[in-house]
Design a protein around this ligand. Structure first.
Ligand SMILES: Nc1ncnc2c1ncn2[C@@H]1O[C@H](COP(=O)(O)OP(=O)(O)OP(=O)(O)O)[C@@H](O)[C@H]1O
Ligand SMILES: [Mg+2]
Length: 252
């Protein structure tokens, strides 16, 4: 499903008697099936943008459309995965994934949940409780739960941010695999420039609530993170974010 963001403004408060816009005339066209990564310094408005896309917040000006229809609130066409997994601790993996389906009185809830448990490779943990899962596993459950509702767009706010480096690496590959398998449109927020270059068809850079860069990543997948071209992209974004000379930047 395609997403259009048109002249989007969002403020939380007034400053000196004027609205202080956290998002300032954001315009973005996302094609169906595209993998978009959003990069930017802390506080630049990434989560605000994601929450607007999810329908948890309302724009002050402008609008967001999915498949030509204006977003007016949360909807089953958009699934959300946060940095902290937000699983129900009193439910098993399987029940967590079935939860939304049962709310919708989906007769095939068990079957669908099982399909996504297999997709994220947690067959052996289907009866485990969240407390017994590692961070990476819990995020897999979160992803499976979002996918089980069969949204067309997956919105992810730093889903790998709380994971250790090794788990993070393997989860990147996992997310790429799931994206290819399901053809979802993905909007993925990250602080990690290499992660964005690894995953994205297009990287969007936000700076003080404005889109300052919209760059397609022209690299074959799976991407080789030590190739010269990969490192060049990383340096380009690092220097755009920090405003320094690319050669002076040390990357992850
Ligand atoms: N509910 C709120 N009320 C008032 N100000 C808010 C609220 N939520 C966010 N802000 C402010 O809006 C700005 C953008 O916040 P946002 O959470 O979108 O940034 P971010 O890019 O996601 O940052 P981070 O990388 O740290 O997650 C920040 O200055 C933040 O303090
Ligand atoms: Mg954020």
């Amino acid at each position: 499903m395609a997403v259009q963001i048109e002249h989007l403004y969002k403020a939380y408060e007034e400053r000196k008697g004027e609205m202080f816009y956290i998002l300032n005339d954001v315009n973005l066209d996302i094609a169906s099936g595209e993998f978009i990564c959003i990069l930017g310094k802390s506080g630049c408005g990434k989560s605000t943008l994601l929450n607007l896309l999810a329908g948890y917040l309302k724009p002050d000006k402008g609008c967001i459309k999915t498949d030509g229809r204006e977003v007016t609130g949360p909807g089953a066409d958009r699934g959300v995965v946060f940095q902290q997994h937000a699983l129900f601790p009193w439910l098993t993996v399987r029940k967590n994934i079935e939860f939304g389906l049962k709310l919708k009185r989906e007769k095939r809830a068990g079957e669908i949940a099982w399909e996504y448990i297999k997709m994220v490779g947690l067959e052996d943990y289907k009866d485990a409780y969240p407390i017994g899962l590692s961070g990476g596993m819990a995020q897999r459950v979160g992803i499976a739960r979002a996918l089980a509702n069969e949204p067309e767009v997956l919105l992810m706010d730093e889903p790998l941010g709380a994971l250790d480096a090794l788990t993070r690496d393997s989860m990147r590959r996992e997310i790429e695999r799931i994206w290819k398998l399901t053809n979802k449109t993905i909007v993925f927020i990250t602080h990690s420039v290499p992660e964005a270059v690894y995953l994205a068809d297009r990287v969007i850079l936000l700076d003080q609530g404005r889109v300052t860069m919209d760059q397609r990543i022209e690299l074959e997948r799976p991407r080789d993170i030590i190739s010269e071209c990969f490192v060049k992209y990383v340096q380009q974004f690092e220097s755009a974010i920090t405003g320094t000379d690319a050669n002076a930047v040390i990357t992850e």
